[in-house]
Ligand binder design. Structure first.
Ligand code: HGY
Ligand code: MN
Ligand code: MN
Length: 421
């Protein structure tokens, strides 16, 4: 096999057909995907991915959290692989591109190298990280976080979903058996392709986002305790209504995020009334918060302001509350060398591009803590994501995959010392 050349291009139609084919696993009537991590639909797409990788000559391993690693050998097997990939799990109201584009573009890169009969110096690795989304199990990106040592495998295996099903139980139900310990897989560099999930690239008519890092994130679990009582006989002034407390908290989150704008964002995404009943005043509410900003100091300030606001609301309404920080991800910079390599690649391919910071979290934000890492974004329609209407074009997905191909091949063939882009 010869050495890979930079004028290679992926087969965009083949990439697109894999995106549409795998969208069938967990397809929703509205044209999206509901494929929660380690659900039966996730099991189906994992088997599809394993079979497609093996058909492309890759060797597929699985770690203790179900993450799939598909390896294409290189000329020099002593070099750590250059890795790509993303995730195949989705939100309940997921689309066809979030995570899926990055994982299947990795497969398309390998298929293109195979078609051209080209070998790289370092091996190439495609990764499907378990539970990037964090919807069924918190936190998001839990498997790549465990890979880099932020969480222990035992801690993550014990995490349970709303029905009390643990990660370990869900893996067993899908007959997912580990072939290697978590964190044992060597990775020399990681480059992830993803849709932007925001409006900037489309608004500026750019094809490529050259991602310089990821913003910081705080996830909270909260409860509010009031007092259940009769909806017909309890006078308004005597009520301790937990849901009204939550309503004020939601508005406080919005106010505080605006106050730290334009970069800060705050979301109250889950709210559950304990024992809901039409004619009972809500006495218990469970809720979650998602707070993000590129500045660590701002995250600290928002954390403090939230606690002050909750104490004031609870005091005035005679309610109890708890607010537990369950996940903090620091703002993370990506590798400047690989960022510059991606930028040069976009220029050489004639792709309009701009540098940017990721508003969403990604597995790359964890990998960046341990290995040289960067990301490539492509636009999505109206910036919509985590919505069944999520949409991207074949042309943009193909352009992103071409740039990914070029970046991976350059890194894999770089002299060992310079394999940082
Ligand atoms: O929440 C996120 O940023 C990612 O989509 N899991
Ligand atoms: Mn994603
Ligand atoms: Mn997502």
């Amino acid at each position: 096999m010869g050495t890979a050349r930079h004028n290679l291009r992926v087969d965009g139609a083949r990439l697109w057909s894999t995106l549409m084919e795998t969208a069938a696993f967990g397809a929703t009537p509205a044209g999206g995907i509901n494929r929660l991590t380690l659900s039966p639909a996730d099991g189906q797409v994992r088997n599809w991915f394993r079979d497609a990788c093996e058909a492309a000559g890759l060797t597929v391993g699985t770690d203790e959290l179900g993450t799939q690693f598909a390896l294409r050998p290189g000329r020099d097997s002593t070099r750590p692989p250059v890795a790509t990939g993303s995730h195949l799990d989705t939100q309940p109201t997921g689309g066809r591109f979030d995570g899926i584009l990055g994982t299947l573009a990795g497969l398309e890169v390998v298929r293109t190298l195979n078609d051209a009969g080209l070998e790289t110096e370092a091996p190439i690795l495609i990764v499907n990280w378990t539970n990037e989304e964090g919807s069924r199990y918190a936190p998001a990106t839990m498997a790549s976080a465990a890979h880099v040592g932020t969480f222990t495998t035992a801690d993550i295996l014990a995490r349970t979903d709303a029905e009390g099903v643990s990660v370990a139980d869900a893996l067993r139900t899908l007959d997912i058996v580990a072939t290697e310990p978590t964190g044992s897989r060597a990775i020399g560099a990681f480059v992830e392709l993803h849709i932007e999930q925001g409006p900037i690239l489309e608004a500026e008519d750019k094809t490529i986002g050259v991602v310089e890092g990821g913003q910081g994130i705080l996830w909270f679990d909260g409860t509010i305790t009031g007092f259940e009582s009769h909806a017909g006989t309890t006078p308004m002034p005597r009520r301790r209504d937990a849901l009204l407390g939550l309503a004020e908290i939601a508005l406080a989150v919005e106010r505080i995020a605006h106050a730290h704008g334009p970069s800060a964002v705050g979301t109250l995404g889950e709210a559950v009334i304990g024992a809901p009943s039409r004619n009972v005043i809500p006495g218990r509410v469970r809720f979650t918060l998602d707070i993000r900003d590129p500045r660590a100091a701002t995250l600290d300030a928002i954390d403090a302001e939230l606690r002050t606001a909750l104490a004031e609301i609870a005091g005035r309404r005679n309610l109890g509350f708890t607010l537990d920080l369950v996940w903090r991800q620091e703002p993370v910079p990506f590798d400047p060398g690989i960022v510059a390599l991606i930028e040069r690649g976009a220029e050489s391919l004639g792709l309009p591009h701009r540098r940017m910071v990721s508003g969403a979290s990604h597995d790359a934000c964890n990998l960046a803590l341990k290995v040289p890492t960067a990301m490539i974004f492509v636009p999505c329609k109206d910036g919509i994501s985590h919505n069944e209407a999520e949409s991207a074009t074949q042309s943009d997905c193909t352009a992103g995959a071409d740039l990914l191909l070029q970046t991976l091949v350059t890194l894999a063939n770089a002299p060992v010392a310079a394999a940082r882009g």
